[in-house]
Ligand binder design. Structure first.
Ligand code: ADP
Ligand code: MG
Length: 229
């Protein structure tokens, strides 16, 4: 893996959604390179295609046209099983709606990526508790998602995206439910994990308070990247 300094390489990505006979072109020819060691922010108005783009990058959604490689691998060409395994070891994803499993405690939710990778439960939960401590939730490890505030759930989701040391971390609005100080702490944690291990980080955000953390910012509108700053 380490021979690739390019974490993400998108070429002419097109994605069209069809609902009830209506076609919506969510991505209309996206070219984007993201290097390792880089924090790339994606900004743009609601509905411009940000979530769709990071879903394609993370292999959650297949594009209709174009190619997207992550660490030199074309996820759309993989079998479902291969893709799951690749995502489990190389990608951490923070969903806009957090997507925590409601019947699992914070510790158990954060442990999931390690369990998928074959780490023993005791060790997985030890590491989960340690990263929950880092995101300021050391005292909420046994709480279920419903017992946590939105901001606390968001931090559990971020801990879950980091725990398996993925090379690519993708976050959809990771500070939307956080107050200024907590958002800042979380961004520092994300940024330091990228710098330390030469990972790549893609962050979709509306939050102008965190814009300064970006190495580059891609401005999107109407399924296109207008400019990269
Ligand atoms: N599952 C879906 N089915 C149909 N249309 C969708 C779906 N997801 C997104 N869209 C449409 O695609 C466009 C881009 O959406 P999205 O990627 O969610 O934008 P953003 O994250 O920038 O708000 C929007 O017009 C949205 O309505
Ligand atoms: Mg979105």
């Amino acid at each position: 893996m380490s021979v690739h300094t390019l974490a993400v390489r998108c070429r002419n990505i097109v994605k069209v959604y069809e609902t009830g006979g209506q076609k919506v072109t969510a991505l209309d020819g996206i070219d984007l390179d993201i290097a390792t060691g880089e924090l790339m922010m994606l900004v743009g108005p609601s509905g411009c295609g940000k979530t769709t783009l990071i879903s394609v990058i993370a292999g959650i959604l297949d594009q209709d046209e174009g190619s997207c490689e992550v660490f030199g691998k074309d996820l759309a060409a993989m079998s479902d099983q291969k893709k799951l395994a690749f995502r489990a070891s190389h990608i951490g994803f923070v969903f806009q709606a957090f997507n925590l499993l409601p019947s699992l405690t914070a510790t158990e939710n954060v442990s999931v990526p390690l369990l998928i990778n074959g780490v023993k439960r005791v060790e997985a939960e030890r590491r989960a508790n340690s990263i929950l401590e880092e995101v300021g939730l050391g005292d909420r490890t046994t709480s279920l998602p419903a017992q946590l505030s939105g901001g606390q759930q968001q931090r559990v989701a971020i801990a879950r995206a980091l725990i398996h040391d993925p090379g690519l971390i993708v976050c959809d609005e990771p500070t939307s439910a956080l107050d200024h100080e907590t958002g800042h702490t979380i961004m520092q944690l994300l940024k330091s994990t990228v710098l330390q291990a030469n990972r790549a980080l893609v962050i979709v955000t509306h939050d102008s308070r965190i814009f300064d953390f970006a190495d580059r910012t891609a401005k999107m509108d109407d399924g296109r990247i207008l400019k990269i700053m």
